[in-house]
Design a protein around this ligand. Sequence first.
Ligand SMILES: C[S@@+](CC[C@H](N)C(=O)[O-])C[C@H]1O[C@@H](n2cnc3c(N)ncnc32)[C@H](O)[C@@H]1O
Length: 200
Amino acid sequence: MTAPWTRDGDDEWSFDEYLPPELQLKSFVHFTSLPVARHAVRLLAPTAGMRILDVGSGPGKFCLVAAHEAPQASFVGIEQRKHLVYIATRLAERWAVPNVSFIHGDVFALDWSGFDAFYLFNPFAEQLFKPWQILDDTIEHDPKHFIRYVTATYKRLAQARAGTRVVTHHGFGAPPPLDYELASDTPPGPSSVELWIKRR
Ligand SMILES: C[S@@+](CC[C@H](N)C(=O)[O-])C[C@H]1O[C@@H](n2cnc3c(N)ncnc32)[C@H](O)[C@@H]1O
């Protein structure tokens, strides 16, 4: 089956209707919208062959849309909630998206050195949310995790090689290390999306 959001007149529902009802209700807050995904992928993968990591991929909405938009790039989504990885993997199979894979696990247990670019849709903010705002209670929520995850992300980005691209959507909880430059030549697009490029 072809990816349904390529239909004319597409909207969020053309993707979200394939999610379980409890996730459909949360999609607006927790998952990347279609226009943001399309804009972000242009910033992340300007040339063929790029490898992109979605840090906390949820049920795969960003990765699936991005992989479809950029067939010359490859996408990996890593997600701590096993049931979301299951959904993402099934959707990739259903829509035969070949250039995406999903891993169940903690993003900090993964080696980030194999990636050229990182996508971060404020992945750790949920640790600070009120109980009624969280995605679900299958993980432990604690503000201490937020500080630990943001610090660990900062360190991973500091270790990345020159040229690494980072696209944030609503940030990740801290500014990137100082050797990242906010790219000023990005085309106009949805707000709250920033492209940072490591200069050295
Ligand atoms: C805001 S959602 C974004 C989902 C997806 N990237 C998108 O844009 O549609 C953030 C996701 O990151 C996951 N996450 C947060 N911390 C994580 C960690 N340490 N390891 C793996 N996944 C994590 C959460 O479980 C959640 O599904």
